[in-house]
Write a new protein. Structure first.
Length: 281
């Protein structure tokens, strides 16, 4: 029996990935917790792929109440949990794990809603009847295709270094709308309304070669990657005089807010966190 007035220890949440030391998630969730009066701590767990299953189960049975999942573990997390939300099942990837009262694990994917919240609410974009090009066919793209197609774009094209991989992913989501697939070198204009970079090229210093004619005076270019300073993709977009060029800070914050709401039952206001991050990048 606890003493009267004793303060309960904070609940532990965290991020599992490899690497994770660059992550801003502790800062973001710390601000969310303070703003909503939630007693929690948020930690980083660097786990290599071969240890993911064992380490994640150890964390979840050892007092961690929920986890965010980042590269390279999102597909493995979908295999680990006991149940998937509809959007996680559709994407085949999990970025949020919730420990439920019966000790089972629920896997969700908040990437898609995080991207849409940033594009529509923060940036004021309309996605319906627009032409959208997505670069890449990996886990980051997989998590956002269904929500984007739900907005009924006029055209959505996946361009990837390996055309077969783009075609396989397009076929998987074809029941939700018309999805094109191209190799990077075979993408053609006219200019797209929105170009989203979903490749790790945003961080590695290399921008895949793309044909001319994709960026016009009204094109918005969005890099799902984020970091200090320019990325190869944002430099490319600015060199072609895109109308707007944005990095994925807003998506990061919005998907974190959706995960926080799953864990704590309260949706934090993201604006103060976005404003704070503006000071850093």
């Amino acid at each position: 029996m606890s003493e009267a007035g004793a303060v309960a220890p904070p609940v532990t949440y965290g991020l599992v990935g490899h690497p994770v030391k660059h992550s801003w998630s502790p800062f973001i969730h710390g601000m969310f917790a303070k703003a909503t009066g939630q007693n929690l701590v948020y930690r980083l767990f660097d786990v290599v792929p071969e240890d993911f299953r064992r380490e994640t189960l150890r964390l979840m049975t050892g007092g961690v109440a929920g986890l965010n999942v980042t590269l390279p573990h999102k597909r493995a997390a979908a295999e680990l949990v006991n149940e998937l939300t509809a959007r996680a099942a559709r994407s085949g990837a999990v970025n949020t794990i919730v420990l439920r009262p019966d000790a089972t694990l629920l896997g969700d994917n908040t990437d898609g809603t995080g991207l849409l919240d940033d594009l529509e609410r923060n940036l004021g974009l309309r996605l319906g009847d627009r032409r959208i090009l997505i670069i890449g066919a990996g886990g980051a793209v997989r998590g956002v295709l269904a929500p984007l197609l739900g907005r009924r774009p006029r055209e959505l094209v996946i361009a990837n270094r390996t055309a077969q991989r783009a075609a396989a992913l397009a076929a998987e989501f074809a029941d939700l709308g018309t999805v094109g697939a191209r190799s990077l070198e075979s993408v053609t204009g006219p200019p797209y309304d929105l170009i989203i970079n979903g490749t790790s090229a945003g961080l590695s210093g290399e921008m895949p070669a793309l044909p001319p004619g994709l960026v016009g005076a009204d094109t918005v270019c969005y890099d799902m990657a984020y970091g200090r300073g320019q990325t190869p993709f944002t430099r490319w977009a600015q060199s072609l005089h895109a109308a707007r060029v944005k990095k994925g800070w807003g998506m990061l914050v919005e998907q974190a807010a959706a995960a926080f709401a799953l864990w704590r039952g309260v949706r934090p206001d993201t604006r103060p966190v976005l404003e704070a991050l503006e000071q850093h990048h």
